[in-house]
Design a protein around this ligand. Sequence first.
Ligand code: CAO
Length: 530
Amino acid sequence: MAIQTIKVPDLGGAEGVEVIEISVKVGDSIAEGDSIVVLETDKASMEIPADASGKVTALKIKIGDKVSQGDALIDLEVSGATASAPTPEAAPAPVAAPAPAAAPSASAEVKLIVPDLGGAEGVEVIEVAVKVGDQINSGDSIVVLETDKASMEIPAEVSGTILSLSVKVGDKVSQGFVLGVVSAAGAAPAVAATQTAAPAQAAAVATAPVAAATSVAASDDDDEEDDGSDVYAGPAVRKLARQLGVDLDKVKATGPRGRVQKDDLHNYVKPIVQAVQSGNGAVGSGIPALPVIDYAKFGEIEIVKMSKIKKLTADAMTRSWLNVPRITQFDDADITDLEAFRNSMKAEAEKRGSKLTPLPFIVKAVAAALVAEPSFNVSMHQDGESIVQKKFVHIGIAVDTPNGLLVPVVRNADKKGLFELADEINALAKKARDGKLTPAEMQGGCFTISSLGAMGGNGFTPMVSAPTEVGILGVSRAQMKPVWNGKEFIPRNMLPLSLSYDHRAVNGSDAGRFMTYLVGVIGDLRRLLL
Ligand code: CAO
């Protein structure tokens, strides 16, 4: 390991150039060619790339500093390098600036010619910053070129009107390539004729190999196409934006003079990625991403990882929420008689080791309702034009576990007795809480029952388990209520039921019939015999 200091290279003669952006921080691992800082003169800005890979151990500058050639920028811990071979200058062999060169024609027309690119050939044009008819000033960017290492801007040497352009995005150009012709009103032929570097304009300073780049302040044109070309941003940021497919126009700039910085791009992209990964937003769906909130601003917080089950549930709920047009219907079932029967059976249940809660009765009633109203015992077919009608009755039971919600499935519930159902539900619930359910035990459900009765509540709107099911019954806490029997109010034990259904598969009248049947059976279990 050795420490190497990266210094300011030849800036084409410019001195005391302002540091406007520091793209790295201590501890960052950077690769050769990565931008370290952005410097800005009154004409243009330029990025200084690292000429070695390594870990940043110290920053020698801060934003606002004025630097010149040879000033230290950062210390880099370089693996594999020997201490005796530090690179004294970031740009050991600075080449002439890729100065905009212009050659005069017979009239006042001046060709815009690609200058010396530090030896690079066939460099790709990634941006054409002007169009025919544009009035340009000397120093305005004409094109941005990009090698695999860095990008650079080619500014105009003369002021005037663009008469023609002979370059487009994607072209590969080398020194001498004619980019276009300018009608250079008042251009001094001597300037136009020379093809030497223009240090005063030092807009682009290439190190060897071509490695520095510039960008010029945004154009004032309001009628530009919305392609980000009129956004003020450095080449590295533009390159990153292109790689990520980000429209720079949409990125909020926080840099000096409205410059889009790398962090701005990260801040724009991060919430979108997070939203997509968490299922809170879907690319191309038009669903706006949720903003990222820094909760620490409001008080002490702790970030706690969600369990795998919770994450899976979150994904499933989001899928259901986005895909299922859900309706929830509410009703109360009179369980006074059911409870009287259940209490009368408690001793017998205990004797055979069963725990008889209201739930097995509800499962039995739901199974009967699925047989009587098969419109609920379906799945939406993936062809979008059919439904899958099921001839079996498997019922999922939502079980609350320390790791999250699990839904084991009671198979052929319509064919099982109350004790058998009670035992199976208890066994599956225990397995769920012990983390011992097999995937097969959680598959194949036709309908789910989510019972929050032991916890309380008057009703809720459960989520349909898409795509396998189209209905789910929420069970809330039973309580004594005054019920009008036609002559008087009598106390009855009423069980609140919430039936959610996928309105693509089930229509309101189906749901009404299902609920009425269910409430009738729960209210009078003898109906199961019919
Ligand atoms: N009204 C009033 N009391 C009720 C009731 C209701 N609707 N449902 C159950 N109870 C009573 C039971 O009778 C039992 O009392 P006793 O011991 O005096 O008989 C007590 O509440 C506790 O019942 P339980 O929870 O042990 O048993 P259960 O059969 O009702 O439920 C199970 C089993 C596994 C469904 C439940 O334990 C569970 O995990 N529920 C949570 C489900 C959930 O999280 N759903 C939300 C999913 S999000 O959509």
